[in-house]
Design a protein around this ligand. Structure first.
Ligand SMILES: [Zn+2]
Length: 267
């Protein structure tokens, strides 16, 4: 397979494969976290045009503020009289969450994340590619080549599947899922069966693969909408505040408290 993170590579013996060296080509996209981001930024494909994603959903901004990131607090557009104007659109936001989640992946070659969102723009599931729970990350192979059982492919759970299984809501019916790559056929089946109604993806570079053809066919039959999102922001950087000074003050406070305690005991 050559659609997403756990799909089999060039091993011609595998029944999971086709696609020859498709993975080689794919990896250039599947490492989006490091490709254009020398710092701790999340690099996303450039926007083809400035567009307003999910227009009309701003009304939910206030009530959903609890899920908003505290990152990138600097804003040139901030004014005392009104709200910021350069905040993240919903689509950029959830796409970024999917990319951030991918940074948790232990896979040395491919990091993929997924984010599931309900109709109220609440995140109800996040996942990234990795081995099943209880299977230590260093006990199974991460290789992409070799005999089937010596590669990662029979063991890795795809981000979409993990996001669905990790849901923090009763179910994900009617939700939408944000992914970097158009889902493979195995994930497509899971997405459909879970009741997700929309797939928002960035890249469809394996559009012509059999796996993606099968996914499209099944999505079409089952009424799952597929939409490509072109990020409005090319790059999103998370910059943590410098808390060194505060940490030093904390240490000083603890030292003083300890000294006072010692003095108290000495009396
Ligand atoms: Zn998949």
């Amino acid at each position: 397979m050559n659609c997403c993170e756990g799909c089999s590579p060039e091993s011609g013996k595998s029944k999971f494969k086709p696609g020859g060296n498709a993975l080689e080509r794919r990896d250039t996209f599947e490492r989006p976290l490091s490709r254009n981001s020398p710092s701790s930024g999340l690099a996303m494909p450039p926007a083809a045009k400035k567009s307003k994603a999910n227009p009309g959903s701003e009304g939910d901004d206030k009530e959903n503020a609890s899920t908003s990131s505290s990152a990138s607090a600097t804003s040139a557009a901030t004014s005392a009289a009104g709200p910021r104007s350069d905040y993240l659109s919903w689509d950029d936001y959830f796409t970024s969450v999917a990319f951030l989640s991918a940074m948790r992946s232990k896979d040395p070659s491919t990091q993929v994340g997924a984010c599931i969102v309900n109709s109220s723009n609440r995140i109800i599931g996040i996942g990234y590619n990795g081995f099943p729970a209880g299977c230590p990350d260093d006990a199974l192979p991460w290789s992409r080549v070799g005999p089937m059982l010596e590669t990662k492919y029979p063991y890795v759970c795809h981000a979409e599947v993990n996001a669905i299984l990790n849901k923090c809501s009763a179910d994900v019916r009617g939700a939408r899922i944000y992914v970097a790559l158009f889902p493979c056929n195995e994930c497509a089946k899971m997405i459909i069966q879970s009741g997700i109604k929309e797939v928002v993806y960035l890249s469809d570079k394996y559009h012509d693969s059999d796996q993606c053809k099968a996914s499209r066919m099944m999505f079409g039959m089952s009424g799952v909408k597929c939409r490509r999102h072109v990020p409005e922001k090319k790059r999103i950087v998370i910059e943590f505040p410098d808390v060194e000074k505060e940490v030093e003050e904390d240490r000083k406070r603890v030292r003083e408290e300890e000294e006072e305690e010692e003095e108290g005991r000495g009396k």
